[in-house]
Write a protein that binds this ligand. Structure first.
Ligand code: ATP
Ligand code: MG
Length: 411
């Protein structure tokens, strides 16, 4: 893409009321726009990052035989009443509204109940199980506070996956495979080293749930970790019984701040039982159905990545989620730059081409702020030295390479 055609512009300053680093940088670099507290629009650069993250998740979800769907945001009250979760005292983040005829409706903050209601239509015999479905969706939650930028939105993108099974063993096996897939996702976006499967409160259904917590000062949670043993416990369940089960003592654990990037939850048969969703076994006898619910905060994850890799000059995207792979900067109007750009496009290399007529200093500052992994500068000087100058965003040193070696260098 030509930068002269990108409608967004970089800014020196972020809005005064924006206190989080992730949103400050993303706003300044033109990835997002703040509509109001906790509500952001995703602009061309930001959308490209979201789509990259979604594609990684999608690959991992498809690899465990999940089918993609998309449910509605507008939801009927009745399905939530059947489990008691319409009540604002039980779920305190509801946004609700009314139809013209006074019928109450809710805006989806989660989807266990509507998906389960829908599945009643399709899953009638034990032969229809197991079924795994997932979606990417904008969730709406009336969060009390929204001070963490895109890490806590009142409107945010979540990937949620639901598993339905009649066989407990197979259900638990799937739960374990989701743990693996989720860790794959966090590794692929560059956060593998600092993300832990964390013991957390499980609510009424099971003793524990598992959260995926990324160690970061920007987070809102506290967890206790042991890196060598790869153990993490949310402070909310740091009790003797949990430590005993994990085989660690409290003095082997270090308290750190973290952000919950994912959460997996075993409902057992309780949710389907409550919703009167049963099926029949081989003998035609009525049996219960197990439900698992598994979420990844897509936009929160983007915020964590933005925050974690940033330096004093701006954003630093890992290659796997970067909006473009190359930032091509031409310091004099020249044919060479145009040819290189055309070549990159022809070879399906994602390049942002800064063809604007502004100073070199401004181009470099913008490039550092936007954080594309490779910067290629083409100037009179580089051409005299035999080619173009290439530099990684997270390294200081640049080097001169021949134009025909660009493709090889990127591999
Ligand atoms: P939290 O404790 O941070 O409020 P939660 O327990 O309410 O999270 P879940 O309902 O399990 O979160 O949602 C699944 C995932 O969606 C979370 O692990 C998190 O990554 C993400 N998420 C939850 N709330 C928000 C939010 N307000 N903004 C952005 N992402 C969110
Ligand atoms: Mg919450």
């Amino acid at each position: 893409m030509r930068q002269s055609q990108l409608f967004t512009k970089t800014q020196k300053n972020a809005p005064k009321d924006e206190v989080s680093l992730n949103a400050q940088l993303l706003i300044r670099a033109g990835f997002i726009n703040k509509e109001m507290a906790g509500v952001y629009a995703y602009l061309p650069l930001g959308l490209r990052v979201i789509e990259k993250i979604k594609e990684i998740i999608r690959e991992e979800m498809n690899a465990i035989c999940s089918q993609e769907i998309i449910m509605s945001s507008l939801q009927p009250k009745e399905v939530w009443q059947s489990t008691g979760r319409w009540d604002d005292k039980v779920v305190d983040v509801w946004f609700k509204s009314k139809l013209k005829n006074e019928t109450e409706v809710g805006f989806g903050w989660s989807h266990e109940e509507p998906i389960t209601e829908m599945m009643k239509r399709f899953l009638v015999s034990y032969k229809d199980f197991p079924v795994y479905v997932y979606q990417f969706q904008t969730k709406l939650r009336n969060e009390l506070r929204a001070k963490s930028g895109i890490m806590r939105g009142r409107e945010f993108v979540m990937k949620d996956l639901y598993s339905y099974d009649t066989d407990e063993k197979r259900h638990l096996k799937f739960y374990e495979s989701v743990k693996n897939s989720y860790m794959n996702v966090f590794k692929r976006v560059g956060l593998g080293d600092i993300t832990y499967v964390t013991f957390a409160a499980g609510g009424a259904f099971t003793k524990y749930s598992h959260e995926f917590q990324t160690v970061t000062e920007a987070g809102e949670d506290f967890i206790y970790i042991n890196k060598e043993k790869n153990i993490a416990v949310n402070e909310e369940v740091l009790e003797d019984s949990v430590l005993k089960e994990l085989g660690v003592s409290k003095n082997e654990l270090t308290k750190v701040k973290s952000a919950e990037v994912g959460n997996i939850f075993n409902f057992g048969t309780s949710k389907c039982d409550d919703m009167n969703f049963f099926t029949t076994n081989e003998e035609g006898k009525k049996i219960s159905i197990y439900l698992g619910s598994y979420g990844i905060g897509v936009t929160r994850l983007m915020g964590v990545i933005a925050d974690h890799f940033a330096d004093e000059k701006g954003l630093v995207w890992p290659e796997t989620v970067a909006p473009f792979q190359i930032h091509l900067i031409s310091l004099s109007k020249n044919e060479e730059a145009q040819n290189i750009y055309d070549d990159l496009v022809k070879n399906d290399v994602e390049a942002l081409y800064d063809d604007r007529e502004i100073s070199a200093g401004e181009k470099f500052a913008d490039s550092d702020l936007i954080g594309i992994p490779y910067r290629i500068v083409i100037s009179k000087k580089s051409l005299e030295n035999g080619g173009v100058e290439i530099k990684k965003r997270n390294e200081k040193e640049s080097k001169i390479i021949k134009i025909e070696d660009i493709a090889r260098e990127l591999k």
